[in-house]
Design a protein around this ligand. Structure first.
Ligand code: NAD
Ligand code: MG
Length: 395
């Protein structure tokens, strides 16, 4: 029988879509993984149930009130999990000596400090929280290299690209005859709609993704295609690829999760059912392969795969993201912050769908990009963009 060392894992954002899928895979392999810490912002009941099932050493929530509610639930169930709360506690559980692997699955900028703490502590980081890398780019990658941490992509496209790249690639432009990264996109729920018809779409329509079941923020990002824009920037940092070496291809079936095109004309693709348990299992066990609970694809049943070029007129957010990548400096952080505020306002029915890209464009035009050397400077730029976006919404 094969022997594995037991790895202990912190799941940041365990009650979310990625968090729940991660626990599903972990539960299939009790011989390989134990849970060190679980975290949730406010879903105390769900977190208490996860504690009863996975017995983490620590559970972290957002506020003191949530912490006392969770403590009461755990006490009632006779569980020994310690409870803490707040941003510093998230950094503690992602850098603790007792944890080997950190799944970064908090949504948005709120996940940056804890993901960065894991990077600085030299952990094996499974990165779902793309906003953290989009915001912090060089700072994050420097932390990875300085500490010797391992960074594995969970985003299905980046996980696919990682699987299609040579094992020993360094940077995409430099070596191995890599021509381009082909980043696939489903096109989201509004792919076949005229852009002029989208002014009055509701949050419910926008979050109804044709292929993937995900959290609300990323679902809206998929409808605007800002998600693909963030992923272009994410690919730049993960694989060292310039903007011109990343091509977005719309592929409505979401069967091919992305591709790498080589100088000799070969294109390598990774295919699978649209289920995040595949990239999660891949990254958890890498370089081994383990069962994820995902069925193999039935190609004859899928029958056809389609591809289209994206239209920047129809998806202005995609263009804004390419512009931010080319501009460099704090541009991507400004883009991300404005987008987070705009998406939240759209979900709260304060602005219409078409205002999302307008708001981001205004913020990008009004705040000059600066070079950001550390987390404090970065968070200052992030806050400036949020303040401006919020004032534009209220005015
Ligand atoms: P979700 O909304 O379902 O879950 C978010 C998690 O983050 C929850 O556990 C929540 O408690 C926690 N959280 C939210 N705000 C927080 C805060 N301020 N402080 C601490 N914790 C907070 O989101 P999701 O769909 O699971 O996505 C998580 C991340 O993974 C996002 O960055 C998303 O872009 C990325 N991602 C998701 C998918 C997917 O299929 N869901 C695919 C690729 C990438
Ligand atoms: Mg993705």
């Amino acid at each position: 029988m094969q022997k594995h060392s037991l790895q202990s894992i912190t799941i940041l954002g365990s009650t979310g879509s990625i968090g729940v899928s991660t626990l599903d895979v972990v539960a299939r392999h009790p011989d390989r993984y134990s849970v060190y810490a679980l975290t949730a912002h406010s879903k105390v009941d769900a977190l208490a149930e996860q504690c009863a099932r996975f017995h983490p050493q620590v559970a972290v929530v957002g506020t003191a009130e949530a912490a006392s509610a969770l403590t009461a639930l755990l006490k009632k169930a006779g569980l020994k999990t310690a409870v803490s709360y707040g941003p510093a506690a998230l950094c503690d559980v992602s850098s603790a000596a007792g944890c080997d692997v950190v799944m970064a699955a908090i949504v948005g900028a709120a996940g940056l400090p804890s993901a960065l703490a894991a990077a600085q502590a030299g952990k094996k980081i499974l990165l779902a929280n793309k906003e953290a890398l989009v915001m912090s780019g060089q700072i994050f990658m420097d932390a990875i290299h300085e500490s010797g941490a391992t960074l594995l992509p969970i985003d299905s496209e980046h996980n696919a690209i990682f699987q299609c790249l040579p094992l020993d690639y360094a940077r995409v432009p430099d070596s191995h005859g890599i021509h381009k990264i082909l980043l696939t996109a489903s096109g989201g729920p509004f792919l076949r709609r005229a852009v002029e018809s989208l002014a009055d779409v509701t949050p419910e329509e926008a979050v109804a993704h044709p292929n993937w079941s995900m959290g609300r923020k990323i679902s809206v990002d998929s409808a605007t295609m800002m998600n693909k824009g963030l992923e272009v920037i994410e690919a730049h940092w993960l694989f060292g690829a310039a903007a011109d070496q990343i091509e977005v291809v719309i592929h409505p079936q979401s069967v091919i999760h992305s591709m790498v095109s080589y100088a000799d004309g070969s294109v390598l693709a990774q295919l699978g059912n649209p289920d995040m348990r595949t990239p999660i299992a891949h990254a958890l066990a890498y370089p081994e392969r383990i069962a994820s609970g995902v069925e193999p694809i039935d190609l004859a049943k899928i029958a056809e795969l389609h591809f289209l070029r994206p239209d920047f007129q129809q998806f202005p957010c995609l263009k804004l993201a390419f512009d931010a990548l080319r501009a460099g400096g704090s541009s991507a952080a400004l883009l991300n912050a404005a987008n987070e505020i705009a998406v939240e306002a759209f979900l709260d029915r304060k602005i219409g769908f078409r205002k999302i890209n307008e708001l981001i464009a205004t913020v990008m035009a009004k705040i000059p990009s600066t070079s950001v050397k550390d987390l404090d400077a970065l968070l200052e730029q992030d806050q400036r963009a949020r303040d401006l976006a919020n004032s534009l919404i209220t005015s």
